[in-house]
Design a protein around this ligand. Structure first.
Ligand SMILES: N=[N+]=NCCCCNC(=O)[C@@H]1[C@H]2[C@H](O)[C@@H](O)[C@H](O)[C@@H](CO)[C@@H]12
Length: 448
């Protein structure tokens, strides 16, 4: 075996999913609706009118899915908790059957030697809270703190690593600025408020964890490195705006207590003055940062592209995935070294990395060949190793995703899983990429 890809002894190899994308049964056993339950049942919002009523039926098949992770040798599993399954109205009443579901899942993961990592909010806000303004209502920081306390008190210790939020940028950009994701708003004035309240809620949750938790809590962000299409002043400024908007908007407040100045430039009159008390709340010390990496962006100035005035430039020399993302593994190394240099080499887990390539709706004689995904994983894991060799404190990697699942408003049209799901029969079939990833895990990276 080549020794060139040696990973740290305690490096954790896992896979990741999210509640609304895999569980199904969104209203079972006393669960309340989330905004994604509402959004997915709103005509015209979802490709092919797909929804999460069944998804991967993980709510009923969770034990077999843990068995699948065991079979693949997974050491960790990152999942998300459906807030409205646990608290149907988002605050106040706790639904014991909702809590029981996650407790059984966690106990079974532990019995199988798999470390659970839970994300408290992965986009599926309780609909009852959205009725009260959702992320636009400043009270949501306390609502999220209350929900966090329920989860921390019940499961901390068995869960030793918590993430408060998943990708506040996507929630804001998709849910409040461009409207492609729930709750489907398109408002330049709402987006900064929602984004700020997401960070305030994160800060409140971390404060609660420091009071009742004994292990680790962090934040998961998507980072997409920006490269200028040219060295023209316009393209360089556009690249800086895009980089501030997607990559610094969340980590700067958390690490420095300040927003990037470009945000006022981008949002203009729609960017409020934020109280110092808010910035102090957001700036809670964290135990780790989760980085989700998919692709890079080559940015050019585009006066017409509201409000960022930036557009991507397609790179013809590289492969693109089914979601239209360039395969660019060097961007992962660049992202990890950028985080190290800008934020003082914090402990990082790559909490999502993967790709959608075309896979058939059904396996053929028990096999699903996905060479492009095998190549994607190999290249990106090598990119991680390169960052580790550059001194980055990377402590784990979760492939997105364990299962083919509901790709939000793109429905079931995009398959990210290393395990194929036949959505007619719910049959799971490990793809070639699952076998490859399992061999990498078993060899602790040497099979890369
Ligand atoms: N150009 N461009 N932009 C790329 C920006 C990526 C934004 N989307 C994500 O990161 C989502 C993350 C989410 O956690 C998961 O729930 C989603 O299923 C995956 C796959 O979509 C990724």
């Amino acid at each position: 075996m080549s020794k060139q890809y040696r990973f740290p002894e305690n490096f954790l190899w896992g896979s990741a999913t999210a509640a609304y994308q895999i569980e199904g049964s969104p209203l079972a056993d006393g669960a309340g609706p989330s905004i994604w339950q509402r959004f997915a049942h709103t005509p015209g919002r979802m490709l092919n009118d797909d929804n999460g009523d069944v998804a991967c039926d993980h709510y009923n098949r969770w034990r077999d899915d843990v068995g699948l992770m065991k079979q693949l040798g997974m050491q960790g599993y990152r999942f998300s908790v459906s807030w409205s399954r646990v608290m149907p109205e988002g605050r106040g009443r706790v639904n014991p059957k909702g809590l029981d579901f996650y407790e059984r899942l966690v106990d079974t993961l532990l019995e199988n030697g798999i470390q659970p990592t839970a994300t408290l909010f992965h986009w599926d806000l309780p609909a009852a809270l959205d009725d009260r303004g959702g992320w636009l209502n400043p009270d949501i920081a306390d609502w999220f703190g209350e929900y966090s306390e329920v989860m921390y008190k019940r499961l901390d210790g068995r869960i030793k690593r918590w993430a408060t939020l998943n990708e506040p940028w996507v929630v804001t950009d998709g849910g409040y600025l461009h409207g492609a994701l729930a709750p489907g708003h398109r408002n330049r004035f709402e987006a900064p408020i929602a984004s700020h309240n997401l960070l305030r809620a994160h800060g409140k949750s971390v404060q609660v964890y420091r009071a009742v938790g004994k292990h680790e809590v962090g934040l998961v962000v998507n980072i997409e490195p920006k490269y200028p299409a040219s060295q023209s002043p316009e393209d360089l400024a556009a690249t800086r705006r895009a980089e501030a908007y997607m990559n610094r908007q969340y980590l700067d407040p958390v690490f420095f207590g300040t927003y990037p100045e470009e945000l006022r430039e981008i949002f203009g009159e729609a960017w409020p003055e934020w109280p110092q008390a808010d910035m102090d709340l957001i700036r809670q010390p964290l135990d780790f940062i989760g980085v989700n990496y998919y692709t890079r962006n080559v940015a050019r100035h585009d006066e017409a592209n509201w409000p960022l005035k930036v557009s991507p430039v397609r790179q013809t020399q590289h492969t693109y995935t089914e979601t239209g993302w360039e395969v660019f593994p060097q961007g992962l190394t660049d992202t990890l070294t950028w985080v190290k240099e800008r934020y003082g080499n914090p402990k990082v887990f790559i909490t999502e990395n993967g790709a959608a390539f075309f896979d058939p709706p059904k396996a053929e004689r028990g096999r699903v060949r996905d060479p492009l995904r095998v190549s994607y994983l190999r290249q990106h894991l090598r990119a991680v190793h390169k960052a580790i060799e550059a001194g980055c404190d990377i402590q784990g990697y979760y492939v997105w995703s364990l299962l083919d699942n509901l790709e939000w408003s793109l429905g079931y049209s995009k398959r990210f899983g290393i395990v194929h799901v036949d959505f007619e029969t719910q049959t799971r079939t490990p793809k070639d990429s699952a076998r490859y990833y399992a061999s990498v895990v078993a060899s602790h990276g040497e099979a890369l």
